[in-house]
Design a protein around this ligand. Sequence first.
Ligand code: ARG
Length: 460
Amino acid sequence: MWGGRFAAGPSAIMREINASIPFDKALWRQDIAASKAHVEMLGAKGIVSAADAATIADGLDKVAAEYEANGVPEDWDLEDIHMTTESRLAELIGPAAGRLHTARSRNDQVATDFRLWVREALDQADAGLKALQQALVVRAGEHADSIMPGFTHLQTAQPVTLGHHLMAYYEMVRRDRSRLADARARMNECPLGSAALAGTGFPIDRQATARALGFDKPTDNSLDSVSDRDFALDYLMAATQCSLHLSRLAEEFIIWASQPFGFVTLPDSLSTGSSIMPQKKNPDAAELVRGHAGRIAGCLTALTITMKGLPLAYSKDMQDDKPPVFEAASLLALSIAAMTGMVADAKFRTERMRGAAELGYATATDLADWLVRVADIPFREAHHITGAVVKAAESAGLALDQLSLDDLKAIDPRIDERIYDALSVEASVAARASHGGTAPDEVRKRVAEARKALGLEGDA
Ligand code: ARG
C-alpha cells in the first residue's frame, strides 16, 4: 500500500516488528464503523460519487460479515487492521476501494478506532461495576444487623456490622464509576478527519462523522488528535484504581475464608480444590483478582512510559498502546465478574463473626466512653481504667460483659450496673449512629439511598 518510493521490500525482521495485526484485529468492528461513517460523509459532500460511496459501504458490510464468520486473517505484509480491511475491500469491489482513504490517514483512523474501542470498554466496565454494587447493597441490606469485628492493623478494634463493611466497598465502586464517567466525558471527541497530522484540503464534514460515531464533537487540533492517547491512559488509571479496590475486597474474602477466621464460606463455583490435599477448598478466584491488580497496574505503567517524551505528532511507538489496554480490559472484566459472584453467593457465617467481635474486647472503647459520659471521668483516665478491666477479663478468660459488677467495682468504684448496657456488641454498634457510622439504622439508610441510586425497587 505504500511501496511506490521503495526499491526493496522490508526484511523479515521489519515485517515482524511492524505488524500490529496480531493484536489490532480486535479493532475490526470499530474500523468498519469508522470507515462507513467516513465514506458516507465523502459521498454526501461529493468528494466521492454517490455510486462509489454506496459500493464501498456495501463492500465494508461484506468484509465485516467475513470477519464475523471466519475471524480476521493475519497477514504481516498488510501490517494492521486498517490495511487488511482496505485490501480485502479492494479484492471484493475493485478499484473503487481505493477512494475510501481519501481525506484520511491511518493516524486519524487508528485514533478514532481506538477511542471507540476504549469507550465500549468503559461502558462495559461501568455495567459490570453497577452489577457489583447491586450485589453489595443486597448483601448489605441482609446484614445491616450482623455484627463482626472491625479491624485496624488487622487487630480487633470495635464492633461493626457486616452491612457497614460491605457498604464501604459500595462507596469505592461508586468512585470507580464516577472516574469512568469522567474519562468517558473527556474522551468523547472525534479525531477522524485530522488526517495524517495537519488536517486535509478536502471539504470534509467533521461534525457529520463525529455525530455518526456517537461523539459529542470533533477534536479541535489535528496534531493533538493523532498523537493523543490520554483517553487510553485515563481508562487505565481508572481501571488500575478499580482493580486496587477489587483486590482489597478479594483479600478480605481470602482472610475471612481461612479456617482460623471462618467468617465466610466461599461459593464452590468460585473455588478450587487441591490435587494432593483432599480437604482443601482454595480461594483461587479471589487470589487471581488480587494478582490481576498487579498486572493492570503494569499495563498503566507500560503505556505511561511509552507515551513519555514523544514529540508531536504520531510516532510508531504509539502502536504499542493497544496490548496493555486490551490486556487490562479483559483482566478487569474478569475481576469484576468474579467479585460480583463472590459477593452475591458467599455464605456469611454470622455466628462466627459475632463471636469474634465479642472475644476481642471490641467494646473497650464503649466502656471508656461510658466512664466519660456517665461517670464524668476525663478520657485519659477512663482509657487507663478500661485497660485494667481488659487485663482482668483477659486473665479470667472472660468477655468484658462477663465480668461481675464486684470485679468491675474493684477496679474503679465509680462503675455501676448501667455499664452493662454499654458493653454488649449490639449496644456498641447501635451507639455509633453518627452520619456514616456503623449503627444498623444508619446502614439501612445508606442501603436505601444506594438502592434508589441504582434504580432497585423498594427496600431490601
Ligand atoms: N498500526 C498503526 C498503529 O496502530 C496504525 C497507524 C500507522 N500510521 C503510520 N503512520 N504508520 O499505530
